[in-house]
Design a protein around this ligand. Sequence first.
Ligand code: GLY
Length: 569
Amino acid sequence: MVTCKYVRIPVVLFLISVWSCQGPVKHYVSEKREVSTKAMVVSAHPLASAAGMEILRRGGNAIDAAIAVHFALAVVYPRAGNLGGGGFLIYRTAQGDKYALDFRETAPQKAHRNMYLDSAGNVIPGLSREGGLAVGVPGSVAGMYEAHKRFGKMKWSALLKPAYKLAKHGFAITPQEAERLNSYREDFIRFNGKDIPFVKDSAWKGGDILRQPQLAHTLKILMTKGPQPFYHGPIAEHIAQTVQRHGGIIEPTDLQHYRALWRQPIECVYRDSLRIISMPPPSSGGICLCQMLGMTEVTEFDPEDRQKILTIHFLIEVMRRSFADRARYLGDMDFVDVPIDKLLNKRYLVRKISDFDPRRATPSDSIQHGKFALPESFETTHFSIVDDDGNAVAVTTTLNSNYGSKVFVKAYGFFLNNEMDDFSAKPGVPNQFGLVGSEANSIQPGKRMLSSMTPTIVERNDSLFMVVGTPGGSTIITSVYQVILNTVDFRMPFDSAVWTGRFHHQWKPDIVMHEPHTFTPDQISSLQRLGHRFLERKYIGLVDAIIVLRNGTLIGVADIRGEDDAEGW
Ligand code: GLY
């Protein structure tokens, strides 16, 4: 029997309610800023950060810790942490070697370009976002195993153990998780009935214990047998059966054919001394981030420029131009030619921003402003790790929407993604993030859907400088961009660079999205006079990042917008 005591603890600009518990359920708080000379883990949940730190203290390296954090998030952060999703990993060794691992989901073999259209050729609302047809073939388990095979130091089973214990013994949920579980209750029941761990008779509240015995069973299987049962055995069979029962088309052979792939990272130099290392297609993140920084280089900023109308206007125009290229050119490079060199060519980028008009906004073609609602998008999750040898890893992983397709593999205890919505269901028709795409991102069997996830490592003068990333759909790219600008150009302290208000423009819709306190009313009026239109959103991104100071000190910063937590050693 677990007994718990309710306490409230103020944590750097942030008040978190926690439960102090006896027995196997751990007491925890969110630390928003940590300083360390040795190692750092920053993730979306204190228990996941603790799992990573436990592995580092026991002699594991950054990749080992990443695997522990990934599986712990699948337990304690079920909205986005996952076995049934996919993601990307950027790894920089202490010696400066760089790697990108793609464990993005794939379209099933039975998928086809018009699968979400009715007989009149119109997109059927919801079909790519909920239920079985929305599910892409999951890549996370293969991805973690691949990372371990190549770079892991500790035993695979030891890395999954913290997650296994959290699933088996349970953990005290945060008030935010309670709120989310309550708000998705009807969806959970609609797709899965009431017998899943996330549904109970009364409302959830912060401090309630969540146990996931089926997920514990699955983690135990993966600990002892590796990914084989997930892709070739009973778990694969169950995934296919569950998806098909919900109207989907995944077959066991889709799982058998799934492979995580090593790719060449996208690299670019910013302001001579910084090198950006980020994710190539099927993510748009690395290319768009480098494009934005490349356009930004045509001007120099002083710290006080940050709040100036001309600066904000310029940055919006930079974002708009890069997202226009995203929509036109980007997709899975194994299926379409992506002209990476041309898109990142400095002369091309200078030309692209050369029509910037300081007196007016550039219209993004005819926009159907206001015809769809954009969700508060934190469905993805990111974590950043530096180990005591100086190896660094940035991982962004996702189910796409919160709790993915809402379809739950009951016997094995995990949600399945709705990543198929990241394809362009029909050219010009927006997905849940309002993003439009073209032929380059059309659906084909086995193809990976275009992503915005931007796990990024930055070097300064060839040494490790920053590890950064965030959830937030299309806003991921512009959030990472702003953290880099805030730190490098506007010389803000790193915590402020992460915590300050953010804004976002993605070409279409032609709207500047912004957090409530990002702009003053006067700034908005001035920008409106230039032709910009605005849409307020509660949050943009949940950045979890680490910076390395010149003396080697690590500063880990967890976003104040969520339950995110930094653990230093
Ligand atoms: N599912 C969000 C993304 O990959 O961008």
